[in-house]
Design a protein around this ligand. Structure first.
Ligand code: SF4
Length: 435
């Protein structure tokens, strides 16, 4: 039988899908990753916003167009927070929660044999166990998202994730290193450490934290040119100790996606974010002290309940001061079940969108300035694709700072790391010659 998937949401979900498909593959099922017709579909859902939930339900309709008889398995955050709603959707045979993926193959086989629907959704507000499933094949060709952590204990007032993903927990160190060696042996050139709140890595383990784990991964891949990149980070992870440790590691990628959400301290307090704008800025200074051109990227919510014009002006000023390489901007969307959804002074969506536009103009400029700062410099680029742009064929890929670079060259260089001398830059790309 063929097993396909549709995955929504974050990088941790992509890894979870790889682990579920690997479980089917180890039982002899054929895995289809190109969205061609399959007998069984794993829909790995997201619940971060109401829109994400709607898209999760629509994903089922989309795959049923490919095969109206398909067996549907629903997992992920929407399955965790609304299991019975998911269970009653068309063709759904199995529903598994965010810590119950290990049961998916057996419940699916039970359904195939007996036609008994499967429902396994463990209540996870007190669940501290990292669900560790082997992954033998990955979706991406060049880099691997390696999930090292799950869950979150922060309860930001706008966020449903701690209720969907449970308590923060870590993948055991030796298991991480085992998987890192496996990934390197498969010829991948980059590993992205991902999770729900990777800054919490090691909180539940003895003598290990994120910086120590990165160092151990660097040692375990000694003699290779495997790059180590980090997923989204809580800005509180940026301490002198953390920065001095990782800045010594040659193959560590100096791209820091430090999730800010607002540049106003009063808004940060209402968000229950546990740092101030000043502390955030100090962390950025530290990174710029130890790395030559670190890339600082972030997320910002505009129109958070109660956000005044003055508070938003603070965010705009802060963004100009920091000079982000990229800002992912999200107009606030009320998420039922969160503290913020019940807050007074909800901001009209039109205002949130207008503020998104204003902030986008700032990030477009600071982003362009950041990419242009590489003109004249030689950078290392992991070539991952070939593209025709203005009738010319280019090799394209990313630098350690995650700058997108294009250069003319031979396609045999795909999945290799080359040096490129940067000649010019656009808003979202740099161009140069391979040297
Ligand atoms: S840190 Fe905050 S925003 Fe991020 S997953 Fe945890 S609760 Fe959600």
């Amino acid at each position: 039988m063929k097993v396909g998937h549709l995955t929504l949401g974050c990088k941790a979900n992509s890894y979870d899908t790889d682990s579920i498909l690997s479980s089917f593959e180890q039982k002899g099922y054929e895995i289809v990753r190109d969205h061609s017709p399959a007998d069984i579909y794993v829909i790995n859902t997201c619940s971060v916003t109401n829109v994400a939930e709607r898209k999760s339900r629509q994903a089922i309709e989309r795959v049923l167009k490919l095969n109206p008889e398909a067996i549907i398995v629903v997992t992920g955050c929407y399955a965790q927070v609304k299991p019975h709603e998911a269970e009653n959707l068309k063709n759904v045979a199995v529903v598994c929660g965010t810590r119950d993926r290990k049961h998916i193959v057996e419940l699916t086989e039970e359904y195939i044999k007996q036609h008994n629907k499967g429902l396994c959704v463990t209540e996870n507000t007190k669940n501290y166990d990292f669900e560790d499933i082997d992954v033998i094949s990955f979706d991406d060709k060049t880099r691997v998202q390696l999930k090292i952590q799950d869950g979150c204990d922060n309860f930001c007032s706008y966020c449903i994730i701690p209720y969907a993903r449970g308590r923060a927990c870590s993948k055991p160190v030796e298991r991480v290193l085992e998987q890192v060696k496996y990934i390197a042996s498969k010829g991948y050139k980059e590993i992205v450490l991902t999770g729900i709140h990777i800054a919490s890595y090691g909180k539940d383990l003895k003598d290990c934290d994120l910086a120590k784990l990165i160092t151990l991964i660097h040692e375990a891949t000694e003699g290779t040119n495997v790059r180590i990149r980090l997923g989204s980070l809580d800005p509180r992870v940026v301490t002198e100790d953390f920065v001095t440790t990782v800045s010594k590691l040659e193959r560590f990628c100096p791209q820091f996606h430090l999730s800010l959400q607002s540049g106003s301290n009063t808004v940060l307090q209402r968000m229950n974010r546990k740092y101030t704008a000043e502390q955030y800025a100090n962390g950025v200074c530290l990174l710029r002290k130890y790395f030559s051109s670190p890339s600082i990227t972030t997320d910002v919510i505009t129109g958070f309940p109660g956000e005044t014009d003055e508070e938003f002006a603070e965010t705009l000023e802060f963004a100009k001061k920091i000079g982000f390489a990229k800002i992912h901007i999200f107009p606030y969307s009320k998420r039922e079940g969160t503290v913020a959804a019940k807050m007074p002074n909800q901001v009209p969506h039109s205002v949130a969108v207008a503020r998104e536009k204003a902030l986008d103009a700032v990030q477009a400029q600071t982003g362009h300035d950041y990419i242009s700062s590489f003109i004249g410099k030689t950078v290392s680029v992991l070539i991952e694709e070939e593209k025709v742009i203005d009738n010319k064929k280019y090799l394209c890929g990313y630098t350690p700072e995650y700058v997108y670079v294009r250069a003319e060259g031979d396609s045999t260089l795909s999945n290799t790391i080359v040096n490129v001398k940067i000649q010019n830059a656009g808003d979202s790309w740099a161009q140069g010659n391979i040297i």
